[in-house]
Design a protein around this ligand. Structure first.
Ligand SMILES: Cc1cc2nc3c(=O)[nH]c(=O)nc-3n(C[C@H](O)[C@H](O)[C@H](O)COP(=O)(O)OP(=O)(O)OC[C@H]3O[C@@H](n4cnc5c(N)ncnc54)[C@H](O)[C@@H]3O)c2cc1C
Length: 419
């Protein structure tokens, strides 16, 4: 049987940060990375640029083979984990190979969630999560004329922009009433949708696809209002789900992800989880959340790696949602909570807009502390805003100034606090 003191499953941001933390504390313990992917580690965040052709696929690589040799790390590709046996400190790969571990990190991320649409599994649709997905989509763009994108989240919108730039006619279908519903309020979303519409993108918000079938050389999609859309490229970007099906029968506690505490420990001894697969404390608690963003995967991976190597890791402080987004030369940013959906009880919502400048921002406060902010075409710094939320900075002394000029006021406040 194969054996490793430290066994890491997954080879993306959380895994790489964990193995760096382990190697800092323990240069000689045996360390193995098992990944389902066939490539060296790469960043999924760069895949939209691989699709558009702005980035060479090789530039998405995060570590080369020599790195693993230098660090005395065994790196196994096409090694998908199929089952974990916590009592025996073992796991099994999809090909039946067994591994014994001393300490185990599960960093298997997330995978696209495919909606139940009649006929979908019978047609060759695209998704965008892996490097191979991006290469397939890039190749398809070269011959496509009409595309349908299912889902107006960040990945669907990125792809819609890339397809449009490549001369493909794009229709985006989104069941909610606005684009980017998880990040922006309806007015900010309207700004963004207008930017896309000006470039010819058609939105069918408030509608879902119910069926898809081959039609001629392409596909025909039927929507819930009976409308039909013909396309020769179909991208499904309707969200992701945490990838932990291999834990069935293991007894490890799961919810929407693998449940972990502030030390990234799962319910089983000597097993940690980090990154998009982990359901960790949300800031300020007591809720848990799937963070789903790169900086949190990095932080969680470091926390887990330090703990695995016996180092005293600061407890994970909980996730704060944050996304910056560029579209057709414009920018948008969303940080924190309270901006979308019904505001929390007692929250104060303030909206500012300058139609001449094309700017818009909405701020959610609770007890004069920042809960969240969403803005279009305002040069805000996500790091500063995130820090203001985490530190629960009292904005009362500068409130009118912050509401009118969140960018300059946030910088001024944090430059004092960071000193
Ligand atoms: C197109 C795209 C754009 C994005 N843009 C941004 C952005 O701009 N900003 C941002 O903050 N975040 C962005 N994200 C999200 C960000 O990429 C993720 O938060 C981050 O990659 C999570 O890292 P992770 O290590 O948890 O897992 P993942 O990156 O999901 O990697 C999971 C790893 O586990 C492996 N794996 C899965 N199942 C198994 C198994 N059973 N056995 C073995 N190995 C397995 C996979 O092969 C992979 O190596 C984007 C994601 C995508 C897809």
């Amino acid at each position: 049987m194969n054996a490793s003191d430290y066994l890491i499953v997954g080879s993306s941001h959380a895994a790489l940060e964990a193995l760096a933390a382990i190697r800092l504390a323990d240069p000689s313990g045996s360390l193995t990375v098992l990944t389902r992917d066939r490539h060296l580690p790469y960043s999924p965040t760069l895949l939209p640029y691989v699709v558009s052709g702005r980035s060479d696929p090789a530039k998405a690589t995060l570590r080369d083979a020599a790195f693993f040799t230098r660090q005395h790390i065994r790196f196994e590709t096409e090694a998908g984990v199929a089952a974990v046996y916590p009592g025996a400190h073992e796991l099994a790969l999809e090909d039946g190979t067994r591994w014994h571990y001393g300490k185990l990190l599960l960093a298997t991320g997330a995978t696209p969630a495919v909606p139940p649409i009649a006929g979908l599994e019978a047609v060759p649709f695209h998704r965008l999560r892996t490097l191979d997905d991006s290469l397939a989509l890039r190749a398809a763009i070269g011959t496509a004329r009409r595309a349908v994108v299912l889902g107006a989240g960040l990945i669907g919108m990125h792809a819609a922009e890339n397809l449009t730039a490549a001369g493909v006619a794009v229709t985006v279908v989104e069941p909610r009433d606005q684009v980017l519903p998880s990040y922006f309020d309806p007015e900010a979303a309207e700004h963004i949708a207008r930017g896309f519409a000006a470039h010819g993108v058609v939105f069918r918000t408030g509608h879902s696809a119910v069926a898809v079938a081959y039609a001629g050389a392409g596909f025909r999609l039927t929507l819930d209002d009976g409308a039909v859309l013909d396309a020769d490229l179909l991208l499904v970007a309707t969200g992701v789900r945490a990838e932990f099906g291999y834990l069935a029968g293991s007894g490890i506690a799961t919810g929407r992800g693998i449940l972990v505490d502030a030390g990234m420990r799962t319910s089983a001894p000597e097993i940690w989880a980090a990154g998009d697969v982990a359901e960790a404390p949300a800031f300020p608690g007591p809720a848990t959340a799937l963070a789903g963003i790169l900086p949190e995967a990095v932080l969680q991976g470091r926390t887990a790696g330090m703990a695995m190597a016996g180092e005293a890791a600061p407890p994970y402080r909980g996730s704060v949602p944050r996304n910056t987004y560029c579209f057709f030369g414009q920018s948008a940013i969303s940080v924190g909570t309270g901006i979308t959906g019904a505001p929390p009880v007692g929250a104060e919502l303030v909206t500012r807009r300058d139609p001449a400048a094309g700017t818009y921002w909405r701020i959610a406060l609770q007890d004069d502390r920042l809960l969240g902010i969403a803005a279009v075409n305002l040069p805000l710094d996500a790091g500063i805003l995130c820090e203001m939320i985490l530190r629960q900075v009292d904005l009362a002394p500068v409130k009118p100034l912050f509401l009118d000029q969140p960018c300059a006021t946030g910088r001024m406040l944090m430059s004092r606090l960071w000193r």
